[in-house]
Write a protein that binds this ligand. Structure first.
Ligand code: BGC
Length: 751
């Protein structure tokens, strides 16, 4: 059938009649050709501009923002108010010369209005269906409120718990990070971007942002390519393969060139090798920051960024103020400007904005779809699934709903503090832990609350978080709490970090619980009463002392709008915990970076041999390894069975099986993990790498054979020539309950 090619004017006319333009690439190309044929240079550069409106030195003040849009100098802007979006879109569509609609971007990181657990916590659910569902709900709510573009998923691999943004990612594993990245892209974008409930996703921060030296945000990064390809790139690549519509460049250097102006990264790798065909946006002022990195003035760095393949300038105003001049001076080409403009217009076309610029701006839909009870129920379910049980030695958990329960600690009666970094906060449907415990036990038990201590008395940390330092008050609070818990049978101590101790620009050099909190914990221990230590935080903490003192420890993370209710579901056993860590918990900050998939050393640690790779004052092993997490039931693993000891060739298939048995008294879920090690290869390979897992549910006494199919695809890595290959030889296969406690067997894989 002949495709009808529509002119821009025809499209608008058809939109007015409620008809759809043809959604295929040829139609899109023709439409954009025609539109670009009418655009002036200024209007083309305008599409590459993402700002709050206004152009420094040219259009200032609040009038400036509207006038920027009227002149066609703005391609996208931020915000979160539907009414503001509508007003701005009306200016763009009705008052600018060509009526090109705006994109509205927002950091919808772990939910829009209904907030899910922080991404690090979500990753501990080991459940891509739930993770995708959280992104889907976020997209439904965001798209109903005018947002057409989320700056998510954040897929940076992080191995340094000091870095506050570890909270925003999926931990340390490249394979699992890739699966999550793809699930989130699917959740946001669905299968059709023109649908009113799907939005553009944006993989970030490309690339290597999570490797900031010393865990200090915005710090420099330096890394070999082989490490990039094997250990840091997989999640970015997976998001591209999942069809992620946009990419955000990172603040840091990649091989001494800022990512934002790095042509190898943004063009050779991202587009030419990986086939990315969306548009690339800078991070907030990251073009401008190239000047600080030492790459030149605003005009120079803007030209560098465009040439590198950076299509849209977020907040530098570098493109809008200098690209025209650079074109006149021959520092950028018309083709580069045209190409970037085309990519931005394509994204708008794919969203269906030319067909109906107001598609995402429907107040009724916003009301109906936002913060619904159904979304909150899902958030509660997911919060429970993201919690990791770190210790339960004496079977203190789950708690009985009887007697007197004391809920103590600086986070025990808080709501906002449990939401986590980077989200809108509406506590209308949230509970504090004290409230949630009361709801859970009803009139079956008495609940006592005591604050017990300040979050911190450390001057710098307190100042950064707007807290008062008051050691005297701390001692008084501790005393009061001890008095108040006198009659309690059990104590739940809710400790950790408030939400503003992790996230952007929230690095900590000391990642232990502050002394003010430890003072309370010591006093609670002295009461001799059973204490459950609940931790709400955005990063791994160093918990060696806590681990030595408490028989029950629960890592609840920052759980979003339903944090407290999700937590009490676990504490009282309505939900049997099944979360597993996706980030290693070090014993001491001095061990960082510490991650399970490390390379071997020439002198592996041997406590009896002085000249081996170790510390004099601490062991090498983590407190809680990657993949670790307990349940209220127990599981036993039989020996690892391989269906052959030697496998032949590219088409060979190996099956690895273990018998897993629920040896406890409750039904529970277990994440059975498959790791592979490549002990002899052309390059030194990690000791083991996660390759697959299965989450199974077993009734008490039930036993199941869990089998994994392994092919050469699972053996592949990037060699010195950066070819993605597998090499024949011996392989170690491991299956287990975490990265440390595994059953193993060996296989030879021949060419
Ligand atoms: C952050 C990004 C974020 C952007 C826009 C930056 O400071 O690094 O992750 O998407 O701001 O808000």
């Amino acid at each position: 059938m002949r495709k009808i090619i529509l002119s821009f004017a025809a499209c608008l006319a058809l939109a007015a009649y409620g008809q759809k333009p043809v959604q295929d690439t040829r139609a899109m190309d023709t439409f954009i050709d025609q539109l670009m044929g009418k655009m002036t240079l200024d209007e083309k550069i305008g599409q590459l501009n993402l700002s709050g409106g206004g152009v420094p030195g040219i259009l200032s003040g609040s009038e400036g923002a509207d006038e920027t849009i009227r002149r066609g100098w703005l391609g996208a802007t931020g915000g979160s108010e539907l009414e503001t979006f509508r007003k701005l879109q009306e200016i763009a569509v009705k008052e600018s010369r060509l009526g090109i609609p705006l994109l509205f971007g927002l950091d919808v990181i772990h939910g829009y209005h209904t907030i899910f657990p922080i991404p690090l916590a979500l990753s501990c659910s080991w459940d891509t269906t739930l993770i995708e569902q959280s992104a889907r709900i976020a997209a439904i709510e965001a798209s109903s409120n005018g947002v057409t573009w989320t700056y998510s998923p954040m897929v940076d691999i992080a191995r340094d718990a000091r870095w506050g943004r570890i909270a925003e990612g999926s931990g340390e594993d490249p394979w699992w990070g890739g699966k999550i990245a793809a699930a989130m892209v699917r959740g946001y974008q669905g299968d059709d971007l023109t649908k009113e409930n799907t939005i553009l996703s944006c993989l970030k921060h490309f690339a290597l942002y999570g490797a900031s030296e010393a865990g200090r945000d915005y710090n420099t990064v330096d890394m070999s390519r082989i490490k990039m390809f094997n250990e840091y790139f997989p999640p970015y690549k997976a998001a591209v393969e999942a069809g992620c519509a946009t990419v955000m460049s990172s603040f840091n250097l990649v091989e001494a060139i800022p990512a934002t102006g790095n042509r190898w990264l943004l063009t050779d790798l991202l587009r030419d090798q990986w086939g990315f065909n969306g548009f690339v946006v800078s991070d907030y002022n990251s073009i401008g920051e190239m000047t600080n990195h030492g790459l030149g003035d605003t005009q120079t760095v803007s030209a560098l960024a465009l040439h590198a393949g950076l299509d849209m300038d977020m907040m530098t105003n570098g493109y809008i103020t200098t690209l025209k001049k650079s074109l006149e001076e021959g520092r950028v080409s018309q083709a580069d400007i045209d190409q970037a403009c085309r990519r931005v217009l394509e994204a708008k076309y794919k969203l269906g904005l030319f067909e109906d610029p107001y598609r995402y701006l429907d107040a009724d839909r916003a009301k109906k779809n936002t913060f619904t009870d159904e979304h909150m129920n899902t958030a509660r379910h997911i919060a429970g699934k993201s919690i990791v049980l770190l210790k339960n030695d004496k079977g203190l958990l789950p708690l009985r709903k009887t007697g007197t329960i004391a809920v103590v600690g600086p986070l025990a009666d808080k709501k906002v503090e449990l939401f986590g970094t980077w989200c809108g906060i509406d506590t209308a449907k949230s509970a504090s832990v004290v409230q949630a415990v009361k709801e859970m036990v009803g009139n079956k038990a008495r609940v006592i609350f005591a604050k017990g201590c300040n979050l911190t008395n450390e001057p710098m940390l307190a100042k950064a978080s707007g807290l008062k330092v008051d050691p005297v008050e701390n001692t008084r609070l501790v005393k009061e709490a001890v008095e108040q818990v006198k009659d309690a049978d059990r104590i739940i101590a809710v400790m950790g970090e408030p939400n503003n101790w992790s996230g952007e620009a929230c690095s900590r050099a000391d990642i232990s619980l502050p002394e003010s909190q430890k003072e309370l914990l010591r006093a609670l221990l002295e009461t001799g009463k059973p204490v459950v230590l609940v931790l709400a935080n955005g990063r791994p903490l160093t918990l060696e002392w806590e681990d030595s003192q408490f028989s029950a420890i629960v890592e609840a993370w920052h759980g979003g709008s339903a944090a407290a209710r999700g937590l009490v579901d676990v504490l009282f056993g309505d939900v049997n915990p099944s979360g597993k860590l996706t980030t290693t918990f070090p014993r001491s900050v001095g061990q960082i970076p510490l991650y399970y998939n490390a390379k071997k050393t020439g002198r592996p640690m041997n406590p009896d041999d002085h000249f081996t790779s170790k510390y004099l004052d601490i062991t090498n092993d983590p407190l809680y390894p990657f993949g670790y997490g307990l349940s209220y039931t127990t599981f036993s693993y039989g020996d690892l069975q391989l269906d052959k000891t030697s496998v032949q060739g590219e088409n060979g298939v190996l099956t690895a099986s273990v018998q897993v048995t629920n040896t406890g008294k409750l039904e529970g879920e277990e994440v059975v993990q498959l790791y592979i090690g490549d002990p002899a290869a052309s390059i030194s390979r990690p000791m083991k790498e996660l390759k697959n897992f299965q989450k199974i549910s077993l009734k008490p006494g039930e036993s199941r054979k869990v089998s994994f199919t392994i092919t050469p695809e699972d053996l592949k890595f990037y060699n010195s020539a950066l070819e993605y290959i597998w090499e024949p030889g011996l392989f170690n296969i491991y299956v287990g309950t975490n990265s440390r406690d595994v059953k193993s067997a060996q296989v030879t894989w021949n060419k």
